[in-house]
Design a protein around this ligand. Structure first.
Ligand SMILES: Nc1ncnc2c1ncn2[C@@H]1O[C@H](COP(=O)(O)OP(=O)(O)OP(=O)(O)O)[C@@H](O)[C@H]1O
Ligand SMILES: O=P(O)(O)OC[C@@]1(O)O[C@H](CO)[C@@H](O)[C@@H]1O
Length: 308
């Protein structure tokens, strides 16, 4: 079974306007709400790719009810822990450029964490868990690392997509899969990384730290996937970006989907990038038809390192 964990879900409120004028009243030309948070997005894209998953995490209040109802409507299983405060609202502004204001998590207490840990402790060999998104400020940044150790001891594959301190902390717990974008890789490495060439030693270091799959995305400039045996590059297909919210989550879902169908690592990488780009080129999330079409535009090739 596949489980996604979203500790800090959100009702995403997307507003479109021609131009954002700070310090003025801005009037949207369109708006839309959607259930969000990285793990929840992974569950939604997995569903579109034909896979069932159970969405776990903390939800509360009217926004929490909205999230549960909307994703259950998409036939996604949920087993959320209820918290007292309202799940946050994240504002996604699409004007001349994209801007985001992510809200604050409701307080999460020990009893909530214990309830989630009980669920996670029941997972078995062969299960897959996605730990995705920010960790609420009332929880230690080491929480993903702690759970990764416990889950891997139970034979569970652990996919992690997070940022900041939680990302730095999780590396030593050896998750199965890590998906930093190049800005997050810079944070891990402590140096600015702008090119694939600059990224390679740091990506190899993560594989050396015994992470099975390290997938680093460079938005429209392609991506690198490293395993112990392979170092691969994939181009990103060309297209008009309509919405980059959830593109990274779609990448994770595409990778899991292909491996769940016993596809090769190269095919999983190609599916991951096609799924990420199909979402970037869509108004909402990618659908399977768009993903399959984009796969034809992606070439996965080994990276030849200088002097080797
Ligand atoms: N300009 C683009 N052109 C084509 N594909 C894109 C573009 N931007 C993003 N993507 C697709 O989305 C994937 C993830 O993008 P990115 O590197 O921005 O990761 P991220 O920051 O985790 O994403 P998110 O926007 O969800 O936070 C890329 O690997 C690519 O497949
Ligand atoms: O604040 P976090 O947890 O880092 O990210 C949350 C978020 O921006 O990520 C998703 C897109 O990846 C959105 O649905 C959601 O609003």
């Amino acid at each position: 079974m596949i489980y996604t964990v979203t500790l800090n879900p959100a009702m995403d409120y997307h507003v479109t306007l021609d131009h954002l004028q700070l310090g003025e009243i801005n009037r949207a030309t369109a708006d839309q709400k959607s259930p969000g948070g990285k793990g929840i997005n992974v569950s939604r894209v997995l569903r579109r790719l034909g896979h069932q998953s159970t969405a776990l995490g903390f939800i509360g209040g009217f926004t929490g009810n909205y999230i549960r109802a909307s994703i259950e409507e998409e036939a996604i299983k949920t087993d959320f822990i209820e918290v007292e405060g309202d799940t946050r609202i994240n504002v996604k502004i699409k004007a001349d450029q994209e801007s985001e204001i992510n809200g604050v998590s409701p307080a999460i207490f020990d009893k909530h964490v214990k309830a989630l840990e009980k669920q996670l402790s029941q997972l078995k060999e062969g299960d897959t868990v996605v730990l995705a998104g920010s960790t609420p400020p009332t929880l230690p940044a080491s929480i993903y690392a702690k759970w990764t150790v416990m889950l891997k001891e139970h034979g569970v594959s652990v996919y992690v997509d997070t940022s900041g301190e939680a990302l730095r902390e999780v590396i030593s717990s050896k998750p199965t899969f890590l998906k930093p974008n190049h800005h997050e890789l810079s944070e891990i490495a402590g140096v600015e990384i702008e090119t694939i060439e600059q990224a390679i030693p740091h990506i190899k270091q993560l594989v050396g730290d015994e992470i099975d799959y390290v997938l680093v995305t460079f938005a429209g400039d392609g991506a690198v996937l490293a395993t112990k045996e392979q170092l691969l590059y994939a181009n990103a297909p060309k297209g008009t970006v309509r919405n980059s919210v959830g593109a990274g989550d779609s990448t994770v879902a595409g990778f899991i989907s292909a491996l769940a169908q016993d596809k090769s690592v190269e095919e999983a990488f190609k599916t991951a990038i096609a799924t990420g780009s199909a979402t970037a080129f869509s108004v909402g999330f990618a659908d399977k038809e768009a993903i399959d079409l984009l796969k034809n535009e992606i070439l996965v090739q080994p990276i030849k390192e200088r002097g080797k």
